[in-house]
Design a protein around this ligand. Structure first.
Ligand code: THU
Length: 150
C-alpha cells in the first residue's frame, strides 16, 4: 500500500472521475479521466482528447502530464488515479468491473516525471466495485528514462 491517506486517496479518485467529464472522445465513446498528485498537494487532471485522425488521439494521463510539465513541474509525483468507461449523462466515465490501467505509452510518459523527481508513484485504477492500487514501477519494470541516457 502507498503512504496516501484515505482523504488523499478519495479526493484523487474524485478528481479523476470529474476530469473524465471533460473527455473529447466522439470516436471511441470511452471517457477517461486522470488525476496526478504531487508531494506539495497539487492535483492536476486530464481527460482523453481524440482526433479525426484516430492515431493522433491523446490519452488522459498524457494530457495531465503535459499540463503539469508545461507549468514547469519536474518531479514530486506521488500518485496517479485513472478511470475509464462509457460516459453517463454528466459526461463522467462509468467504470466497468475491470479497472482501466494506464496504457503502455502513458506508463512511459508518467515515468519521465517520476524518474526526474526520484519517486515511484502509486497508481490507482478505478473500477466499478473496487480500486486496484499498484505502482508505476510494477507497471513498467526496468523503465527507460532520463537516467538511462547517462
Ligand atoms: N485512453 C486513455 O485516455 N488512457 C489510457 O491509458 C488508455 C486509453 C483513451 C484513448 C482513447 O481515447 C480511448 O481511451 C479508447 O482507447
Amino acid at each position: 500500500m502507498s503512504g496516501l491517506s484515505s482523504a488523499q486517496r478519495d479526493s484523487l479518485i474524485a478528481a479523476a472521475r470529474e476530469a473524465s467529464s471533460g473527455a473529447y472522445a466522439p470516436y471511441s465513446n470511452f471517457h477517461v479521466g486522470a488525476a496526478l498528485l504531487l508531494a506539495d498537494g497539487t492535483v492536476v487532471t486530464g481527460a482523453n482528447v481524440e482526433n479525426a485522425s484516430y492515431g493522433l488521439s491523446l490519452c488522459a494521463e498524457t494530457v495531465a502530464v503535459a499540463k503539469l510539465m508545461s507549468d514547469g513541474k519536474r518531479g514530486g509525483l506521488i500518485a496517479v488515479a485513472v478511470v475509464g468507461g462509457r460516459p453517463a449523462a454528466s459526461g463522467e466515465a462509468t467504470p466497468g468491473a475491470d479497472p482501466v490501467s494506464p496504457c503502455g505509452r502513458c506508463r512511459q510518459v508518467l515515468n519521465e516525471i517520476a524518474q526526474l523527481g526520484g519517486t515511484d508513484p502509486a497508481v490507482l485504477c478505478i473500477g466499478a466495485n473496487d480500486v486496484v492500487e499498484t505502482t508505476l514501477a510494477a507497471l513498467l519494470p526496468l523503465a527507460f528514462g532520463p537516467a538511462s541516457l547517462g
